[in-house]
Design a protein around this ligand. Sequence first.
Ligand code: GDP
Length: 554
Amino acid sequence: MISLGVMSGMNDSIDFDTAAIVAEELGAKVEHEVTITIEDRLFEDEEDATEDLVKRDPIVVVMGHVDHGKTSLLDKIRNSEVTSSEAGGITQHIGAYRVHDKAKNSITFLDTPGHEAFTSMRMRGANMTDIAILVVAADDGIMPQTVEAINHAKAAKVSIIVAINKIDKPEADVNRVKQELTEHGLVPEEWGGSTICVPVSAKTGEGIEQLLEMVDLVAEVKELKANPNRFAKGAVVEAYLDKGRGPVATLLVQNGTLHVGDSLIAGVSVGRVRAMLNDKGKEVEEAGPSTPVEIIGLSEVPSAGDTFNAVANEKLARDLVDKRKFLEKQEKFSSYNKVTLDNLFSQIEEGERKELPIIVKADVWGSVEAIKSSLEKLSNEEVKVRVIHGAVGAVNKSDVMLANASKAVIIGFNVRPDSVAKRAVKEHGIELRIYRVIYDAIEDVEQAIKGMLKPKIRERDLGTAEVREIYKISSVGTIAGCYITEGKVLRSAQIRLVRDGVVVVEDAIKSLKRFKDDVKEVAKGFECGIGLEKFNDIKVGDVFESFILEEYRD
Ligand code: GDP
């Protein structure tokens, strides 16, 4: 150790690298101590062997602009199922349901239209969707929320199938929709691209069968597979408290099989499956991959989007819940793992980050385009800058949710966040930067990538002084005889002169004296003479607030 230049004694700790070097010289090998977490002991998380995997049904979500027919389409799909199924009864509303196409393939639909629901689930860790059906009304074309939906789906790396809806309307223009899709990077298959577009009418039912066939086709290509012979895991689709039955949760099994009697952990809730209903309201004993079920037996109501795991050891599961609750609390106070331009460089250096997703909102399209292309050009070998969503308008809640789910930074140009977004930004600790000059935005991102972002400057208040007397000295100017009422005044501080609650001026201190002596600082309860650099029109009763400007990083 000494020959390596490391001076440490018998009871000192050394780091792994040093230990490894010394050990190697002595012909020994050092291994990291493996820390086994509760999760490791609780979940069997090894990959499934290929021979254990069987085909599973696709999980589909419907997205699109408001009033383009998402709800109508989901209703139509579900109703056709109700009339065609032998059960024939009323379909339960449990937040997800299975339908069958003509070829008897089944498809699981999430009954939560809209990308906000989709993204909020993703934000909580549940990436359960395989395919997104993008509904675009043929009489209206691509609208702002259509673009949002496209970008939310792309950010989640979900396959998109476009349902061009309302083709029963005389003013429907399917070609126009296809043209507009092309402008957003979705080129229809029939035009040489890879996006499947199906003209449909949620009103007449035309094209719905084809749409389901296309879902099957895409699912086939994706080779969706799961292993039914292991402990179930998946996500909470929705949950609520029922007066009689206690917490009720709709779960979507993604892998494994869930049985009545299984112990279960969902988010920060534990319990045992006491009873299980399928989407037709029938009691079932087990639920395999891609199956939605409603269960009772949890201790508390989990959140939509929480992940769940069936476990062998309920006691350990309770320990994990304690740990999760602790971490949740901690997360609230720390900005760890949040992306900000300030911590970007350290994340790149530590190899934690290879991509910087950005959301751009601006007042006009020209600016969105200009910022987008300039930002993406900043990509280098270490980090790729990618604008995952760009649109005109105020920063809204959907932007913030997308930023949170994708660990993105939001850049606003000449726009402000609306009040809901403002709250969400705070709550989730999202970095939102507003600019008035495009060049500033680009420069900040560039500097951030290089780790040279200038620190931000903020004012730190030091104390207040009251002006009690005025001395006019011909050679020096006005000197204020002050009494420090709060904190202190530093010679190096800045002064904010407040008169009747209004800031009159901000100025630097030219002289700070106690009696005849120059001093560096004066504390609360003492008197002093203060002369300002430029401002001379000081009056008795003025208040001096002293503060310093300090640099900081988030
Ligand atoms: P959502 O906001 O996307 O869920 O849209 P809705 O499903 O609520 O539909 C909005 C309106 O469009 C409703 O008045 C529907 O009746 C109507 N609508 C939906 N699909 C069709 C369609 O295929 N043809 C016609 N003519 N109207 C439709």
